[in-house]
Ligand binder design. Structure first.
Ligand SMILES: Nc1ncnc2c1ncn2[C@@H]1O[C@H](COP(=O)(O)OP(=O)(O)OP(=O)(O)O)[C@@H](O)[C@H]1O
Length: 607
């Protein structure tokens, strides 16, 4: 292992991950109760079964020392009662068997319960995250979301598989041992217990240290995961800027930090076992010394002494485990806090209870005095009044950052306007059922997302029930069929996540086919033709005519040649509409559009 301290100090300022602090908060019962609600579905079956199995095995563990010590020594052996001795030996063997069976079942049922609960939490979290609005994803990296769904949920596993039932078992065991010991010999019990407060104090502080160390380990692992995720996603950019060494140095640093934190935690953990053994040894010394003194004075039977020796062996185990469960609870609290933070996040785009469902629409879009801000300090749109008739093709034009994509985002209701209303067919989108809206509106983005699967499945994403024939028809209509046929397996060719084996233009053609298959009433093409060469673009223009036919379309294009035929061209600047009209009208007006067109022609001439 390369363990260079230097690499840790020479850290690039480029990589910054939200520093998740070691949480040292007071115990939060509310949160624990909320977490335990996830066990509710199993409270009628698995949980009671596991509790009964635990009770049986605990009861057996508690009575066996009495059978061995008091009954065998003080009754059978002392009275030379062979029959009783044989009966006792058989009974003890039976009890051990019963305890083994009950324990096996307890572990099995608790493991099931733990796995089911983790499954449910992960399912709930993913379902919720899918419902959240764009704004949530704007503010967080994919890596940080992954860490919560994977690491934080995993760290609850121990709590649910071991923690819950073990607490009950250990409390019963401890309480039972103390009561039974007290009944048989209060003075010997008190003598053994004399070191208990000190041991408890040392064990608690040691546990606290250990818990903090494991928290640090988890934080370092989360950081490692985030960095890995970012590194792999950005590997092409890293390579093209030859940043591999810097990236490696940072990775080395995070990896070393993870290793160091793990080393510290395991070293501290290793202190705990000897501590438990030492407590046991001190207890045994007291038992031997004070017990033999009591036996000599005939104040204690030898069988009770043997029983005590057994109990002493069992005594420190639950204490040490209880400390462990307390730690698991604290870890669970820290993780659940992060999980609940996501679960409590409300979608910024709300759906009303009796929201209106679109069935057939004309596709008339209206912006009425719309304002929108992504952040409080800056308006992305300001005073937008715009009417797009059903079936019209409208082009949005303007400098980069002028608000074109934002208009498209509001039509799909990925965000709500800060002021004013956006309507489709006269219905305020805030009153409309989101699924019915998004069935009517398709968006084709420049950065097309291709999912892992076949080409056919990727096109079918637009309409999952579509037949193979329909898929082919859509691909042919947008001119994607030819390149698909050239692929090794045609429509069945597997493409990996993000479709890296396809060119940008090919990915766009796929997304066109996807949109055509979805057959939306409103189609938004965001920079959709920007990455296609001129020859393909002509084909696409042709395909677009079919694609746009009979629908309302909003086209966002930097290449002005692609939008000449639009019914209306809307020119935006700094989030405001500066002018609008047909190509001819705007050229005649010699305003912003005219200058944009002229400058593009000049650029082309220069080439
Ligand atoms: N998710 C976001 N969070 C915060 N600000 C954003 C976000 N998306 C866009 N913006 C800002 O809003 C403004 C309008 O952006 P928009 O994407 O609508 O521009 P655009 O005209 O489509 O630009 P381009 O032609 O470069 O795609 C820009 O100033 C941009 O920085």
């Amino acid at each position: 292992m390369q363990h260079s301290k230097e690499s840790q100090t020479k850290r690039s300022p480029r990589f910054k991950y939200s520093s998740e602090q070691v949480i040292d908060k007071p115990f939060n019962w509310g949160q624990i109760i909320r977490l335990f609600q996830y066990m509710k579905p199993y409270s009628k079956n698995l949980l009671p079964k596991a509790i009964i199995a635990m009770m049986v095995s605990t009861a057996v563990r508690l009575v066996v020392p009495i059978f061995i010590g008091v009954l065998t020594f003080d009754h059978a052996i002392k009275n030379k009662d062979t029959n009783l001795l044989v009966t006792l030996i058989v009974a003890i063997a039976g009890l051990y068997l019963l305890s083994w069976g009950a324990n096996t079942l307890r572990i099995k049922w608790m493991n099931y319960l733990g796995q089911y609960v983790i499954y449910d939490i992960r399912q709930h979290l993913f379902k919720h995250i899918q419902r959240l609005s764009h704004r949530f994803f704007d503010q967080r990296s994919a890596g940080s979301i992954l860490v919560r769904i994977i690491n934080d949920v995993n760290s609850l596993q121990d709590l649910f598989t071991n923690g819950v039932i073990n607490v009950l078992m250990d409390i019963i065991l401890l309480f039972g041992i103390i009561v039974i010991m007290f009944i048989y010999s209060p003075e010997l019990t008190l003598a053994i217990m004399v070191i208990l407060p000190l041991m408890f104090f040392i064990s608690t502080s040691l546990r606290k240290k250990i818990r903090r160390s494991w928290q640090v380990v988890r934080i370092k692992q989360a950081k490692l995961n985030s960095h890995l995720n970012e590194s792999i996603q950005g590997i092409r950019v890293t390579k093209s800027y030859t940043q591999e060494k810097e990236n490696m140095d940072f990775f080395n640093g995070v990896n070393n930090e993870t290793y160091d934190s793990w080393k510290t935690a395991t070293q501290q953990n290793a202190l705990f076992r000897p501590f438990v053994e030492m407590s046991n040894a001190i207890g045994t010394v007291i038992l031997l010394w004070f017990g033999s003194y009591l036996i000599q004075g005939e104040a204690l039977e030898i069988g009770v002494f043997v029983t005590f020796a057994f109990y002493l062996g069992m005594f420190w185990e639950p204490i040490s485990r209880l400390g462990q469960v307390y730690n698991q609870l604290l870890v669970g609290m820290a993780s659940s806090e992060r999980i609940f933070e996501f679960l409590d996040e409300k979608p910024n785009v709300h759906e009303k209870e009796n929201a209106y469902s679109f069935s057939k629409i004309k596709g008339e879009i209206q912006f009425k005095d719309v304002e929108f801000s992504y952040n409080a300090d800056r308006k992305a749109l300001n005073g937008i009044d715009l009417t797009i008739q059903g079936g019209q093709t409208v082009a949005l034009v303007g400098h980069t950052g002028s608000g074109k994509t934002t208009i498209a985002n509001l039509v799909s209701r990925f965000y709500d306007p800060t002021a004013g209303t956006v309507q489709i067919d006269g219905k305020d989108l805030k009153d409309v059922n989101l699924a019915s809206l998004r069935e009517k509106v398709s968006v084709v983005l420049q950065d097309t997302f291709i999912f892992s699967g076949t080409i056919k499945e990727n096109i079918r994403f637009g309409r999952p029930g579509a037949s193979d024939e329909d898929v082919k028809k859509a691909a042919k209509a947008v001119g994607a069929h030819a390149f698909i046929e050239r692929l090794s397996n045609g429509y069945e060719t597997e493409v990996e996540e993000r479709g890296n084996v396809l060119s940008v233009g090919e990915r766009q053609l796929l997304s066109f086919a996807r949109a055509l298959l979805a057959d939306p009433d409103i189609l938004i093409l965001d920079e959709a033709t920007a990455s296609i060469d001129t020859e393909s673009e002509q084909k696409i223009q042709q395909a677009l005519k079919t694609l746009l036919n009979g629908r309302t379309a909003i086209i966002i294009a930097h290449r002005l040649s692609t939008i000449r035929e639009a019914d209306n061209i809307v020119v935006l600047d700094h989030g405001e509409i500066m002018e609008q009209g047909s190509h001819a009208e705007l050229m005649h007006a010699e305003g912003i559009y005219y200058h944009l067109v002229v400058s593009q022609f000049k650029m082309l001439d220069a080439i």
